[in-house]
Design a protein around this ligand. Sequence first.
Ligand code: OAD
Length: 248
Amino acid sequence: MIHEESIALLARRIRSASAISVLTGSGVSAASGVPTFRGEEGLWKSYSPQELATPEAFERNPKLVWEWYDWRRGLISKCRPNAAHEVLALWSRRYPKFTLITQNVDGLHERAGTENVIRFHGSIWEVFCRDRCPSSPERWLDETVPLGKIPPSCPYCGGLIRPGVVWFGEGIDSEVLRESTAALDCDVFMTVGTAAVVYPAAGLVDAAHRKGAFTAEINLEPTPASGAVDLSIQGPAEVILHSVEALL
Ligand code: OAD
């Protein structure tokens, strides 16, 4: 199917849908200047997830892990939402049953004004006490850039705080899983800007398909999900979503 027909088909499906769900990945923030994880320029080309994004890495070297997160927070703080975030934010306000699930921790969907974002992998702007000390909240916002002291201490017990993100080897928050599962009951499920390799997020589109949703993928390149979705559109999310919106 040529590009224009695919975009028109997706627009028709969205127009007739009563419930729409979207799963996003780092490709959605690429045009804002936030690095993706895989691919030529991806973070995992220059950095090792085992040394920076696991609970074991944090136990071994909290300073190194926090230095990396402090660098990423600084970088993200200079980035602005792009057209992809803006179209999705518009849809979140326009369609009463619209759910956005994001694997991104950058907060750009929220900054674009998206309502009810489900943060599948947490937020880089939140922290919590590593020991979950009884006097500390479950998690709290800390947008300090750059951090004054690395690694930062818990203001409640003096121990360590850690980034409020999900690391490799960690489970997804049960409430987040519950909300994401509820979002599978939809008419259209779109996956946008994700390599579709990190589970359980990568399994959501298939699960939505099995429940009868029309499934679509928007990504720069083919992914393991491309063959299984009803419609796969290759191209930049910020351009494709804008073109779809123009037809609504
Ligand atoms: P990846 O870096 O794995 O994949 C990003 C995808 O976006 C790639 O397939 C790119 O081709 C595509 N892409 C890049 N620019 C794009 C654009 N402008 N428009 C559309 N697509 C574009 O990132 P994620 O799939 O988000 O998890 O990665 C998933 C998880 O793996 C992350 O949440 C993170 C990472 O390790 C954890 O840290 C737990």
